[in-house]
Ligand binder design. Sequence first.
Ligand code: MET
Length: 628
Amino acid sequence: EDGVATEAGPTPEEVEAAKENWLNGLKNLQEPLPEAKIVLPIKGRKNMLVTAALPYVNNVPHLGNIIGCVLSADIFARYCRLCDYNTLFVSGTDEYGTATETKALEEGLTPRQICDKYFDIHNSVYRWFNIGFDYFGRTSTDEQTLIAQQMFLKLRENGFISSQSVDQLLCQNCDRFLADRFVEGTCPHAGCAYESARGDQCDKCGKLINATELLQPRCKLCGHQPTIKPSEQLFIELGQLEPSIRTWISTVEKDWSPSARAVARSWLREPLRARAVTRDLKWGVPVPIEKYSNKVFYVWFDAPIGYMSITQSATKQYEKWWKPDKDCEVTLCQFMAKDNVPFHAVMFPATLLGVNEGHVLVKHLYATEYLNYEESKFSKSRGVGVFGTDAQETGIPSDVWRFYLASIRPETSDSSFSWTELGTRNNSELLNNLGNFCHRSLSFCANTFKGRVPDLTLTHADYELIALVNREIVAYVQHMEKGRLRDALRHVLSISRLGNHHMQAEQPWVLLKGSDEDKERGGAAIALCCQLVALVCAALAPFAPDAARRLRAQLGLPASALRINPANPSLIQYLPPGHVIGKPEPLFAKIEQDLLDKLRAKYAGTQSERANKENGSAQGGSNSVADL
Ligand code: MET
């Protein structure tokens, strides 16, 4: 399937609409947004608050993590800006909890040092991928402490917090309660008996575990057997909030992606039970009650509050976005991988509903399934797959990665990364289809007309072509609005495919050598192709911002010229009459099979196997982090 939404020819109505939009579309665009350093909601405009799940700080993100949250959210946020929606896009690292404490012990650093070190890694990986956050923050801030404590106290005041004594594992040797990942033992599930099951989940059978049920439990730090000791924890009474959660979900879930809806529904199959929101740990937001002052909040209680505290760090007025004025509507769009859905669909909304201060609740919850690596699974703990830092070292531009990842985005089922496919998509779609169309059109304009876009009087046949193009851009907008980024991308390629067909059918290189009338037609064909290039440039920008920026410079247009009217998506006169373009250059390069083979071999196996291989060839030069 080549993604062209065009089976039947255009109807007379479509041709008429194409004409109307061509003539008047530019006037119908919205007033551009005011340039602002700090973006706040604006009355009377569509205000989009876009978030990417906050990646755990304690490791390097792999391609699956990147397409699952920050890249998807970025593509969407860039699309929103293209439509003149007033957009704030935030994310940041999720820094508290056992994952960080364990990593700190492993690396012999303090949790703070671990966060600082890995925050920089995340930050630089996302910069390289051109993720255009308005702000990329972190959760271990004063803003976070303040807002999380306020929210908690409000919940308590409203009667949704209770306390209960819970049996926990205590390592007397380390003088520490062993939450989740600090303990290992034999899996208690029948038929599994895996000996290195973690305190929260068994990696072999995949089932959830209650740490106190582990057989032969041992402290991960010192190996001693812990004892069971009760500890008093605070709980959020989800049961009491259940009716309001159910009512709310039933009104919004239609705007969620199918997998988000499925996960939320399966959670709600059972009655909701109280869940602990505190832990006996040190690295976290302290519980602001005397009696519990040696405890911190459970990381999943405070992590989603991170969206607010990061907005606060960004704007100093987070309430403008999160508790907007009555006459100022804010649409919250949240991107994440499937395993994060319960927290965003149920837990966090429950907190906000319990606080009852008119917070914005998620409107569009866009979850992805999982991305596999070649034949196996990406794994952070085992180091399988391509990581953000690896992608930079391949020499393949970030736009190509973005384009390829978007084109295999696991929207409806799991999908797989493959080096071969990366090459094919680059060579056949980006280079041969889209890149060549743009380069050919602009080169004709530059070489034959000294860059001045020829005059264009459109014929009926031209309007028919535009009507077909408009079908594609309408489909693009429809998919984007529903968070189906991969589907939207197919329609960008369809536009350049239609452009290529047009070029092929008109053969301007023949016409330009013919009679005066032929010459005029040849010029018009090129002018129309250049206008299509501008549309392709706009629609491509969310996916490949770097290439789009270069293409825009080649078109000689300012950023503000390339916009889409989501209420009436269509080709408009992006290039004014008499416009002179810039200098055309190829946008993409071929990726040779040879390089793909090398990369496939280089990234086979796990990170530590790779490190060993490298050490081997460097005559055993040790000190690789992976060996320690
Ligand atoms: N840190 C979580 C993860 O990486 C997401 C938290 S979103 C508030 O899965």
